[in-house]
Write a protein that binds this ligand. Structure first.
Ligand SMILES: C[S@@+](CC[C@H](N)C(=O)[O-])C[C@H]1O[C@@H](n2cnc3c(N)ncnc32)[C@H](O)[C@@H]1O
Length: 217
């Protein structure tokens, strides 16, 4: 077992990330730029990949960690119209959730909570884009924080969860030190070993990223 993360370093890490995204949404509003994505098509392409972990044949409960302004709900309404999805959105940024609550106040079975982990167990959890921007945080701390977040998602998902990561850059391309990139094998091994789950890697959707689908047997 690895030692728990020191509380004050986690608090500092979360505060730095929260401030970064709050600034984005304060500047750009409830738009892809407001959650630091470049456009709707790529934001939705990520949802397409992440939702492959879900079976929509029967009603599901879904946790969305790092939900932003709740763009996933618009996508679910388009692509999975008529499906019963009990939704919980969790986000560090209160400003983000002010937008989310305003936009989705009329949707049934919908809750938004401030934080970095879910208070409930759902069938599935997804997280789009929460491991990419590490800002000034040291790699070692960021990796421990990812481990804790994956563990929390595993413990609060009955059937499985999915997450995405930035892939390593090609040789010679300038590294941006504020971004975290990792080869898929690192996180596949971590999930297989620690969660006794099967892991599928989706990497061919035209972006320098990949998605892990982690299924509980
Ligand atoms: C890149 S944005 C993506 C938002 C949304 N998932 C989407 O695709 O539209 C990341 C969001 O996750 C939130 N966030 C980042 N790290 C988080 C964490 N560890 N726990 C909860 N929320 C987090 C940010 O405040 C931001 O709203």
């Amino acid at each position: 077992m690895t030692a728990p993360l020191p509380e004050n370093s986690v608090a500092e890490l979360l505060a730095e990330v929260e401030q970064y995204y709050t600034k984005k949404v304060d500047t750009h509003g409830a738009t892809p730029l407001g959650v630091d994505w470049s456009c709707v098509p790529t934001q939705q392409m990520r949802f397409v990949q992440l939702l492959k972990v879900c079976n929509f044949d029967s009603p599901i409960a879904l946790n969305d960690i790092g939900c932003g302004y709740g763009a996933l709900l618009a996508f679910l309404a388009q692509r999975h119209r008529g499906k019963t999805i009990d939704y919980l959105g969790v986000d560090l940024s209160p400003a983000m959730l002010t937008h989310a609550r305003r936009l989705w106040q009329k949707r049934r079975n919908t809750e938004f909570v401030i934080g970095s982990s879910s208070h409930r167990t759902a069938d599935y959890s997804i997280a789009s884009g929460i491991f990419n921007v590490k800002l000034s945080q040291p790699d070692a701390l960021w990796i421990r924080f990812i481990e804790e977040t994956l563990t929390s998602m595993h413990l609060t998902s009955r059937l499985g969860f999915s997450v995405n990561f930035l892939a390593p850059l090609a040789e010679g391309v300038l590294v941006q030190p504020e971004l975290y990139r990792a080869p898929p094998a690192l996180w596949v091994t971590y999930c297989e070993k620690n969660f006794d789950s099967t892991v599928e890697v989706l990497g061919s959707y035209g972006m320098r990223e990949y998605t892990l689908l982690v299924r509980t047997p």
